[in-house]
Design a protein around this ligand. Structure first.
Ligand SMILES: Cc1cc2nc3c(=O)[nH]c(=O)nc-3n(C[C@H](O)[C@H](O)[C@H](O)COP(=O)(O)O)c2cc1C
Length: 196
């Protein structure tokens, strides 16, 4: 059963992208995958700084998150859009998790959490474009790290209406698109990243 790590690029308690990620995790399970939802607010990590890394290595929360990445075959990410790009939180998380540990070999390589993985991208915004402008940026960053990013991506516009606090996706078109993305990701993860 492919293991999918599902998270949002927002730490906000009422984050629309966390709602989207949770709804997508349910679709992963429906499609026969194993979904782990992770809240980045539970992994507060200092802004990347080379001197901090040189003095004390990778922060503990980044190390824990890194381990989670290693244990999963695929990523399903709900990325908020800030000024037409991804959030600083999401980029900072990716930057820390792309750093080598110790000798940088094998599982210690900065590429280890990424290489061979497949990813599905989504975005939620109260705006009319649904955060779609952030997704090519995320696609570029992940591709450079060796992640195979599915061609189909799902922006959810008017997400303050489409994603109610009690869960689920009330916009039928968006729900269908997220369900299909989750299904495609489970299928691709089973094919591209089989685990022993
Ligand atoms: C600094 C900043 C810049 C933003 N820029 C955009 C933007 O370019 N496009 C957009 O659709 N929404 C933009 N927004 C609105 C966010 O998409 C919206 O607040 C969204 O709900 C944040 O995601 P979250 O609910 O998961 O925390 C911006 C918000 C902030 C704080």
């Amino acid at each position: 059963m492919p293991r999918i790590l599902v998270f949002a690029g927002s730490a906000r308690r009422e984050s629309l992208n966390k709602r989207l990620a949770r709804a997508a995790a349910a679709f992963v399970r429906e499609a026969g995958g194993e979904a782990t939802f992770v809240d980045l607010d539970d992994y507060p990590i200092a802004l990347y700084h080379g001197d901090l890394e040189a003095a004390s290595g990778m922060p503990e929360h980044a190390t824990r998150l890194r381990r989670l990445f290693l244990e999963h075959d695929a990523l399903l990410i709900a990325a908020p859009e800030n000024n037409s790009s991804i959030t600083a939180l999401l980029k900072n998380t990716i930057d820390w998790l792309s750093r080598d540990l110790a000798d940088g070999r094998g599982e210690n390589s900065g590429l280890a959490p990424w290489r061979g993985k497949v990813a599905g991208l989504m975005a939620a915004s109260p705006g009319a474009f649904g955060g779609v402008r952030a997704l090519p940026h995320l696609r570029q960053v992940l591709s450079a790290l060796g992640v195979t990013v599915l061609g189909t991506q799902v922006p959810v516009p008017r997400a303050d209406h489409a994603l109610p606090a009690e869960g689920g996706i009330t916009d039928e078109r968006a729900a269908r698109a997220v369900r299909e993305l989750a299904r495609a990701l489970v299928e691709a993860a089973g094919r591209l990243a089989p685990r022993g």
